[in-house]
Design a protein around this ligand. Structure first.
Ligand code: NAD
Length: 422
């Protein structure tokens, strides 16, 4: 039978497994298997040929037991409601695991931003907020950037929200904003930075010397590019492989940033890096590296390629890059696979810092932010390891993903219980 790759079915399957492990109350389980609110909007945009094109957009507010819902907005041609629902569920577990006062949400618009000019993108961003403005807010639901959206798009969206909500203080409605409109220092690389702190802790667990480690990164966007620069900068590691949607490149002696950027800007892909060996995205995942960082899209390591992964550690910086079948194979092979909602939670923690600063009107320095982020990430990692130890003590060796689920689901369920939801 073909492996189930619908991201929402995967998210539900993961929750079901965690619910079994922790004997979750059946009412809580029922509430948590589906989103609380799904919004579906249509956004007309006048395009450069003067014709109107109607885009479909979504916002899924999965669970708000722990606070206002929080999650990014994606602009992607292959966006589906099931992907958005899965990502909203994962945001719920991510904020709970991180111990920040938010629930989970996600948004998306079916569009191809690579084919749109700035004016069309601005109109689409503003249209999205006009359609959804009543349902979001600093105390309700707080969007942020995700795949193919960026700080400029957040600034347009915030500006539109100021109109919709008639306020001169719209800043807390959206995070990942440019610094000029009260974004936070450190937000742009917070996802990768948080992932680096987890990588550092996991390397201690596995006895990997990061200075001599070979790293492969899939994706050269916000998450992937910073994972590349920070692993070199913080630990002196060698990044031997990197890719984008067109393909990847391998160089055993380590890839050079300037040459990567040159290949990307002159040819549109890092694949054309001068002096490396070209490889496909599939080959990159299976290449000779100690640590593999998937930082692009979901369903990359599946039942069909998991047994060929050579890395000792998989650091899931992307959302949903490992399917449940692959998860089991990696676990059996003793590959230390660290789950997305732990590894990439630095993004939402950075967003939380931005929201706190916006609401307090007082802004922090970068070193303060990095110290705080490190403390949050290190705490999540050690709590996850504690739970694994507890289960192991009872003769049940569970994955880092399941240990993280147990913590997160327990927190959301306890909040729902205290609020009288079941
Ligand atoms: P991005 O749009 O900046 O970059 C995406 C990268 O993936 C690009 O390099 C693109 O070329 C590459 N890509 C696209 N399709 C691909 C394919 N089929 N195979 C290989 N590479 C492909 O996006 P991002 O913000 O870096 O997000 C990447 C992942 O990290 C996503 O799963 C996202 O949900 C997750 N994430 C990002 C953040 C954040 O703060 N940016 C936070 C949490 C999670």
């Amino acid at each position: 039978m073909a492996e189930e790759l619908n991201p929402f079915s995967i998210a539900q399957e993961q929750l079901d497994e965690a619910a079994g492990l922790m004997n979750l109350d059946s009412s809580a389980h029922q509430i948590l298997r589906e989103p609380m609110k799904v919004l579906n909007v249509r956004i007309p945009v006048r395009m450069r040929d003067d014709k109107v094109k109607v885009f479909e957009g979504f916002r899924v507010q999965y669970n708000s037991a722990l606070g206002p819902t929080k999650g990014g907005i994606r602009f992607h041609p292959a966006e589906t409601i099931d992907t958005v629902k899965a990502l909203a569920a994962w945001m719920t577990w991510k904020t709970a695991l991180a111990g920040i006062p938010f629930g989970g949400a996600k948004g998306g618009v079916i569009c191809n931003p690579k084919e749109m000019n700035q004016r069309e993108l601005e109109a689409l961003s503003r249209g999205y907020i006009r359609a959804l403005g009543k349902y979001i807010g600093p105390d309700t639901d707080i969007p942020a950037p995700d795949v193919y959206t960026n700080p400029q798009i957040m600034a347009w969206m915030m500006d539109e929200y100021a109109e919709v909500a008639s306020t001169n203080s719209p800043f807390g409605v959206i995070t990942g904003k440019p610094l000029e409109v009260w974004g936070s220092k450190g937000r742009s690389d917070a996802t990768a930075m948080g992932g680096m702190y987890v990588m550092r802790e996991a390397a201690k667990t596995l006895g990997i010397d990061l200075k001599n480690a070979k790293i492969a990164v899939q994706g050269f966007g916000n998450a992937g590019m910073y994972a590349y620069t920070l692993s070199k900068q913080l630990f002196g590691s060698k990044v031997v492989a990197i890719s984008d949607s067109k393909g990847g490149v391998y160089d055993e002696s380590g890839l050079d940033l300037e040459k990567l950027q040159k290949a990307k800007s002159e040819t549109g892909s890092v694949q054309n890096y001068e002096g490396g060996t070209k490889m496909s995205n599939e080959e990159l995942l299976e290449c000779d590296a100690d640590i593999l960082i998937p930082a692009a899209i979901e369903n990359q390591i599946t039942g069909s390629n998991a047994d060929r992964i050579k890395a000792k550690m998989v650091l899931e910086l992307a959302n949903g890059p490992v399917t449940p079948e692959a998860d089991k194979i990696l676990h059996e092979k003793d590959v230390f696979d660290l789950p997305d909602f732990l590894v990439n939670s630095g993004g939402v923690i950075g967003s939380y810092f931005e929201w706190v600063q916006n609401r307090g009107g007082y802004y922090w320095e970068l070193d303060d932010i990095e110290t705080k982020l490190d403390a949050f990430m290190t705490r999540s990692y050690s709590q996850m390891m504690e739970i694994r130890k507890d289960f192991e003590g009872k003769g049940n060796k569970i994955t880092p993903r399941m240990a993280s689920y147990v913590i997160a689901v327990k927190r959301v369920a306890a909040a729902m219980k205290a609020r009288g939801w079941y």
